[in-house]
Ligand binder design. Structure first.
Ligand code: B12
Length: 217
């Protein structure tokens, strides 16, 4: 096994063991050994999803899932500067406001999409979680944004993405912004039904779609 593969295995284990200190330490090793930060994030996401399955089958408890999520967040923070380096050298592609919709506090996927968009050369304003349709639009207006990106992870919150689009229509702004949607429960079909402009199943796909929406590809 190569040194880089070894580090990825160590990273996966640190998340699977909810070990924040080990995760942070391994995050530093990712940088020192030039491991691809996107591969590192993918590895952590796989570990989190695996823990999600264990949580569902009651093999682990919620606090453990929270600890693992925190560990992943702290590694993303460590990797972010490296990921952004490439982005800073590029011309700005456009401006995106991104957030997780009202009623939903899942942030990891949205954070990754935001970071990769920045790395690709977009200006990104992260509105955090529990974001109402009106706030998405106020912030988009403030930033003269091109894209509003909405994340939703729960079947109870996915309809808020539709609310954002309906709110835009009601305010007469539907043609001002492209709306990009994604998150665990969102499907391509659902995105089409609610009239979103774009859908990304993964963060990587989201970047390609965002570029396409602005005619940059
Ligand atoms: C980690 C996690 C948590 C963590 C969140 C920590 C954090 N800071 O984000 C904690 C423990 C806090 C949590 C809490 C809860 N959770 Co939770 N959670 C998960 C879990 C296991 C993983 C989600 C995750 O982060 N995955 C990793 C990331 C990287 O993947 P992702 O979010 O899907 O994002 C990727 C893509 O979807 C896409 N993407 C994401 N956003 C966007 C946006 C755009 C614009 C685009 C283009 C793409 C895109 O790109 C990302 C990277 O590729 C999921 C199970 C699952 N497999 O989804 C349950 C899950 C989402 N949770 C669930 C539930 C029910 C809850 C709680 C209500 C639990 C409770 N009983 O209290 C609360 C939520 C409270 C609330 N109001 O929001 C359910 C939702 C069920 C449903 N269908 O409605 C799930 C599906 C688990 C389950 N099967 O029951 N959770």
């Amino acid at each position: 096994m190569s040194k880089q593969e070894e580090i990825l295995v160590k990273l996966r284990n640190s998340i699977s063991n909810f070990d924040r200190d080990a995760a942070k330490q391994t995050g530093k090793e990712v940088l020192e050994n030039n491991v691809d930060p996107v591969a590192a994030i993918r590895t952590m996401a796989e570990a989190i999803n695996e823990l999600g399955r264990k949580f569902e089958s009651q093999e682990i408890y919620l606090p453990e899932l929270v600890m693992a999520s925190d560990a992943m967040k702290s590694v993303i923070k460590i990797l972010e500067p490296q990921m952004l380096k490439t982005g800073q050298k590029m011309e700005k592609l456009g401006t995106v406001v991104i957030g997780t919709v009202k009623g939903d506090i899942h942030s990891l996927g949205k954070d990754i999409v935001g970071t990769l968009l920045m790395a690709a050369g977009f200006d990104v304003k992260d509105l955090g979680v529990d974001v109402s349709p009106s706030r998405f639009i106020e912030e988009a207006e403030d930033m003269s944004a091109d894209i509003i990106a909405c994340s939703a992870l729960m079947s109870t919150t996915v309809s808020v993405q539709k609310d954002v689009i309906e709110f835009l229509k009601a305010q007469g702004f539907r043609d001002t912004y492209k709306v990009l949607v994604g998150g665990g429960v969102v499907s391509r079909d659902y995105a089409e039904v609610i009239g979103a402009d774009g859908y990304g199943m993964t963060a990587n796909e989201a970047i390609g779609v965002a570029k396409k929406l602005l005619g940059k590809q």
